[in-house]
Design a protein around this ligand. Structure first.
Ligand SMILES: [Zn+2]
Length: 289
């Protein structure tokens, strides 16, 4: 069933586990994510990015998620969230479309401008009963340049400062907080190490649920420790894309004469469901619905 994100996160915070926030782009990904949630009896967040809104249209993709949550998942709670909203306009559109949570990402702006944009978005969200996520610090991997420069820049230059985090949350009144602690967008198996000491300090300064972006590729050990230090939401996008695309390509390679799209998409859905179920178990949210 479709619920407000606060229902899911208040329980997760009280019981000390993390909830997966899985990106969808279409009907098939949404079905696969929802099937995994039902199979594991797990609360989940389904999130939509600005590029998906451009790809599928806001209303169609919103209605796909809502319809599946309302009709296919029984009592298993699903919340709808905007991932990396870069402007007040997209935030307002998603709130109007029925999202219970939005992410306003001003992390690329200077601190003061980030505060202004976030404050404005949070105030609008709260006026409509919607939760808002803010972000401070630069999460690497968004662009190749930043990734290549990683070795030359010091952690202090891009990771979130715990004291600033506390100040930011107080000033903006965000409900959830995303930060940079060595997490990267995309999948960087083996090289993505979280600064858990920094996370522990941020957790002391911020009482709101913490969000780990770029969860794909983070080691099992770091994920488990991060959950102990207050991470309550873990975003997974890239691993789902990889599972979906490689299964579909695999099916096409096996039989190049396929004309029925469902013969490409069914194995893709199965592959995504498998990944989502693994993540749910790792995050500790299985059987929490
Ligand atoms: Zn992200």
């Amino acid at each position: 069933m479709l619920v407000h994100i606060k229902t899911i996160l208040k329980k997760a915070d009280a019981e000390g586990y993390a909830v997966g926030a899985f990106n969808t782009q279409n009907l098939e990904l949404t079905l696969a994510i929802a099937r995994a949630a039902v199979a594991q009896r797990a609360p989940i967040i389904i999130q939509i990015s600005e590029t998906t809104i451009k790809y599928a249209g806001l209303k169609p993709i919103t209605h796909i998620v809502e319809t599946i949550a309302k009709n296919n998942t029984g009592e298993v709670p699903i919340a709808l969230h905007l991932d990396h909203g870069k402007s007040f306009l997209v935030v307002a559109e998603c709130i109007k479309a029925g999202f219970s949570s939005i992410h306003i990402d001003g992390s690329e702006l200077p601190y003061d401008e980030n505060v202004i944009l976030t404050k404005e978005s949070v105030a609008y969200a709260h006026k409509h009963g919607v939760w808002a996520q803010g972000e401070l610090g630069t999460i690497l991997g968004k662009e190749g340049l930043l990734r290549r420069k990683k070795k030359q820049i010091k952690p202090e230059e891009y990771m979130t400062d715990p004291n600033k985090a506390g100040e930011f949350v107080k000033q903006t009144k965000v409900d959830t907080f995303a930060m940079s602690i060595g997490n990267m967008h995309g999948m960087f198996v083996g090289s993505e190490k979280l600064d858990l000491k920094r996370l522990e300090e941020i957790d002391k300064k911020v009482r709101q649920p913490l969000v780990l972006h770029g969860g794909s590729g983070v080691s099992v050990r770091d994920i488990k420790q991060a959950v102990r230090y207050g991470i309550r939401v873990i975003n997974i996008d890239t691993e789902l894309r990889v599972a979906f695309t490689s299964a579909a390509c695999g099916a096409a390679k096996k039989d190049p004469n396929i004309v029925d799209p469902r013969r490409l998409l069914s194995p893709a859905m199965d592959a995504v469901q498998k990944v989502v179920e693994q993540k749910i178990k790792l995050f500790g949210s299985a059987n929490k619905a």
